[in-house]
Design a protein around this ligand. Sequence first.
Ligand code: FAD
Length: 480
Amino acid sequence: MADRMLQFVRVPQAMPDKRDAAARRGDFHEIYADFDVPRAREQSGRCSQCGVPFCQVHCPLGNNIPDWLKLTAEGRLEEAYEVSSATNTFPEICGRICPQDRLCEGNCVIEKGFDSVTIGAVERFITDTAFAQGWVQAPVPRAENGMSVGIVGAGPGGLAAAEQLRLKGYAVHVYDRHDRVGGLMIYGIPNFKLEKEVVLRRHRLFEQAGIVFHLGCEIGRDIGLDELRTRHDAVLLATGVYRARELGGPGAGLAGIVPALDYLIASNRTGLGDAVPEFDSGTLDAAGRDVVVIGGGDTAMDCVRTAIRQGAKSVRCLYRRDRANMPGSLREVKNAEEEGVEFVWLSAPEAFLGDDHVTGVRAVRMHLGLPDASGRQSVEPIEGSHFTIPATLVIKALGFDPEDLPATFAEPALAVSRWGTLKIDHRSFMTSIPGVFAAGDIVRGASLVVWAIRDGRDAAAQMHAWLQHTAAEDGRSSPL
Ligand code: FAD
């Protein structure tokens, strides 16, 4: 092993080539190239194969990262793919959009002094190679087990569960109100982080495996949850969180102030070739406009970088805390700055100016106060520090809360937490309604793709255990 691994003392960290910022501003393509085989082997060989792999410990999926790095360093790519895909339904997607700096790479033991192994880039390379070589197979079961499950939501949580349950032989039906599969991976996250074809090729594999998708079908409107429960032996709710947090203050209702997800969906749909009247009319197009995005999370980063690519005149991100305390990935902030976004840290909007249409934002400087009970520093406005920024498009990216699911599904018995997320038994993943399970953002609150995958896979295992148990109790033969 010694000649292949532990190369971090000799080989510096290298990411795959990144397109220069000027080229990136002109299109929506991904910004990183793929590694080639020699570079992937060399970078994987930097792994120290440490005794306690903190990368794996800090991966929500517990991915066996040291093993697939070693296999890659040895050129055994098909085996590397097998190990990496054993714990992850979408390694090529996590390789692209996980905040590795806060998860695996941020906890890599060689990070202190030598810069971490580029785990995300290697993960992406392994799976893209597997697709190119035809090693990725549709999740076809060995035998049908005669039972069926209904899954509401075709985001990463619902899809991860669908894959696992199909492999066990269930007839799997996935319902989604959108017309495409992927949830926020298709309509939220822009192409420059995750090209749509990467999501669509998984959709094709799931269809080949016999998973049935009912698209454009909203549960609670087109079909009731009670109807789903009679159609299927068990139901999984993986509906995500979509109620946008609102801005207050004078002028908050002016034209030209739009919710982040409306803006991103319009851009993603346009890129997919759909007709989007609000984009064509200019309502949701940043071209030629002074754009102010309010917020500091992943959604805000996606909005500022989309606005740059649409040809905005200026793009500013207004965030009430500082760079060190923002929730979004620091790698994305760096990419945004390179592309021409201006960050206005420690600033919060107070009022929106204009008669009918917004023309500017009056903001106030903030300072960080003492930490609260959660350890997070409070923010206080600094008196007399007002300033005005020109803005003809304001995008609200303040986060998302759950929709009122008991009302949507007309199921008052569906228990929710005080935040509106679905309550589950954390061992069985079952909600307060027998046979109805839940996973992903609708349980956790707005989170990450990798956590949704983890929850979806765990929920699938628990649904299978419950279905085996109920079948045995009913005297039916239990599913495999
Ligand atoms: P979702 O992906 O939201 O999928 C839920 C699905 O349920 C949707 O398709 C929806 O249409 C459907 N649905 C809802 N209600 C119904 C109903 N009543 N009937 C039928 N269908 C219904 N995470 C990262 O890890 N990295 C990132 O870079 C990142 N960037 C992000 C950027 C943006 C703009 C946003 C908004 C989020 C981002 N996230 C990112 C978070 C990540 O996308 C989510 O945590 C993840 O998608 C949650 O998965 P999910 O399956 O729980 O829900």
